[in-house]
Write a protein that binds this ligand. Sequence first.
Ligand code: GAR
Length: 198
Amino acid sequence: MARLRLGVLISGRGSNLQALVDAARAPDYPAEVALVISNEAGAAGLARAEVAGIPARLISHRQPGFEAMIDAALSDAGIGLVCLAGFMRVLSAAFVRRWHGRLINIHPSLLPAFPGLDTHRRALAAGAKATGCTVHFVSDAVDAGPIIAQSEVPVLPGDDEASLAARVLAAEHRLYPRVVRLIAEGRVHVDGDRVEIR
Ligand code: GAR
């Protein structure tokens, strides 16, 4: 069966992109990273794409028509699923509607706790005993939309932002490829605000 073609949108380091690229090396993985788009010229993830031999585009948000260019690039590449992976721009309601059900994001907290930025600092400040990461379909509210899967990690005594971020990031790298596999296998079904994995 044809593999699901992923378009991965990044703004920086690209370690979640790398996790998807690495997962897709397995011959039985049902998806492949077909296109990488960064809105930032300096994104380290662009170099990761180059090393992996994956087509990559720089589309700056400072350019007029930024979203239309992203949309066209994704459509031209025959992308079936758009994965936001540290993409630090909020996409318009029109874009979200156009890719409805085919647009997912990974966020470094257990949503609905700690949407937005500085999630680890806020989890520590709140005295949370656990945190983690969430993969969800994107809706037009920031860090919201039907939750597909979550992975929990403990907050340990002595943790600082860096140690907690590293623990959550390791969980992200396991979770994102797992969720993409489930979607590619047709096992993810959305019913209103809820997602059922069959
Ligand atoms: C990841 O922790 C991701 O969950 C987060 O940015 C980081 C990107 O790292 N995304 C968000 O905060 C989006 N709201 P990466 O570039 O190494 O994948």
